[in-house]
Design a protein around this ligand. Structure first.
Ligand code: ADP
Length: 183
């Protein structure tokens, strides 16, 4: 049996880090987190602060929206980090990076990132979870594109995120736009 490192004890349990932009959080992300909680004792959601990627929501806004989703789930921690993911992970007691896969198009990038992270830290593994059939088409990017044009994203992101999107795009919060054959 591997010798325990200093500071590593039973109470810490199995911890996974779920990194991403979460701009904003969607039910696709939430589904992955809920399923991961069946496997891990704790999931740390880590918002990557990427200066090159222009985000719609500030890191503080994204932290707030995610914390709101998991306010009653003490084994979900919400945090943000700058720089290399492996360096951030090494400051925690996580051994696993969690990622979601939606399509084959996700695979190539994810395969390269997982291989690179493992070459930077051989103790780290990446665990991939397949998207659920209800959310395979959901990405933060498409949510923003649809919401910006006034399309309904209810059911794909939590209600408080729907409101924040409407505020960002200066759309009426109460008026629900329905798109149908009669329009
Ligand atoms: P997005 O591509 O939605 O902007 P993020 O950078 O926030 O995603 O993604 C964080 C992680 O969540 C990635 O591993 C991504 O593949 C995964 N993910 C995002 N949306 C979904 C979804 N609908 N189903 C499963 N995994 C997802």
């Amino acid at each position: 049996m591997a010798k325990k490192k200093k500071g590593e004890d039973k109470e810490m349990g199995k911890v996974a880090i779920y990194p991403g932009s979460f701009d904003p959080i969607t039910y696709g992300h939430i589904d992955i987190i809920e399923r991961a909680l069946e496997i891990f004792d704790k999931v740390i959601i880590a918002i990557a602060e990427n200066a090159e990627k222009r985000a719609l929501f500030s890191v503080e806004e994204r932290l707030g929206m995610i914390k709101n989703v998991f306010k009653d789930t003490p084994n979900v921690i919400v945090d943000s980090f700058k720089g290399l993911l492996v360096e951030y992970v090494s400051k925690t007691n996580a051994k696993v990076i969690l990622r979601g896969l939606r399509a084959t198009s996700d695979f190539e990038y994810e395969f390269h990132m997982a291989s690179m992270n493992r070459s930077l830290n051989t103790h780290l593994d990446t665990l991939f979870m397949m998207t659920s059939k209800d959310y395979f088409f959901v990405s933060s990017r498409t949510i923003k594109e649809v919401a910006k044009l006034g399309g309904g994203v209810e059911g794909l992101v939590p209600d408080h995120v729907v409101r924040r999107l409407k505020e960002k795009f200066k759309l009426p919060v109460s008026k629900k736009k329905q798109i149908g054959w009669d329009d």
